[in-house]
Ligand binder design. Structure first.
Ligand SMILES: [Fe+2]
Length: 240
């Protein structure tokens, strides 16, 4: 089995520390101005679709670490690491990423008052490592995924909203293991989106990635862990 054959799996890694989710969400609110230039960078480089009027963006995005390349490398933004020291350390060390190789940490709480389906999408990067810091109403709120019709071997540039003809019609649920855990998502052979049934639920996902130069090293180190996890959590994993 290759990593690209795994579309979703929980990862067999230590559980995230408990965080004060209210404080975390408030941090994003109170640092809006600090985050704006980096969010703008993300929009300008087509890294996020938040500004796309044709899609439903379900999150209140916070970028807390950025060291992408020599042009954009503030490190921890707004002293995030001083406010949340245990969480900051955990978010990269759990994936065995040396701080020099850390590229981005993006925190994605779903918006209050949002319900229904968030847009189907692929995250930046062919494959990715993720964390849930909170997931309320497991079984009602969900992550849904649809396989592409073609088993691509690298991420395609596909305009949003995604043309349903590119996807297999079956909608699969990425079953939630618990309210806090690390997981893996495939952004090459599948599109995913959030389903929110219960209004005002707290649900916080985190995207962690290596930087421009080290992304492949990060994945190489984790490869066996991801493959073993898909085996261990075979009742949860979704395979191509
Ligand atoms: Fe995503």
């Amino acid at each position: 089995m290759d990593l690209l054959d795994i579309l979703y799996t929980p990862l067999d890694l230590p559980q995230p520390p408990e965080v004060n989710t209210k404080q975390l969400i408030e941090w994003i609110e109170t640092h809006k101005q600090d985050l704006d230039p980096y969010k703008k960078y993300a929009y300008d480089n087509n890294i996020t679709s938040e500004n796309n009027p044709r899609i439903i963006w379900p999150w209140n995005m916070g970028i807390v670490y950025l060291n992408w390349d020599k042009n954009i490398n503030p490190g921890w933004i707004g002293n995030f690491d001083k406010t949340f020291p245990d969480l900051s350390k955990y978010m990269y060390s759990v994936f065995d990423i040396p701080i020099e190789e850390l590229g981005t940490i993006v925190i994605l709480p779903t918006k209050k008052n949002h319900t229904g389906m968030g847009f189907l999408h692929q995250d930046p990067g062919d494959i990715g490592i993720r964390i849930y810091l909170e997931f309320e109403h497991i079984g009602k709120n969900k992550l849904l995924i649809q396989k592409t019709k073609i088993p691509y071997t690298c991420q395609q540039t596909i305009p949003l909203p995604v043309d349903p003809d590119l996807l297999q019609s079956e909608v699969l649920e990425c079953k939630t293991l618990t309210n806090r855990y690390c997981w893996f998502i495939n952004n090459t052979r599948a599109f995913h989106g959030t389903w929110t049934e219960v209004e005002n639920s707290t649900r916080i996902a985190v995207i962690v990635s290596g930087n421009y130069e080290s992304g492949h090293k990060v994945m190489k180190r984790l490869k066996n862990k991801i493959l073993e996890s898909a085996e261990k959590y075979k009742d949860y994993a979704i395979l191509w």
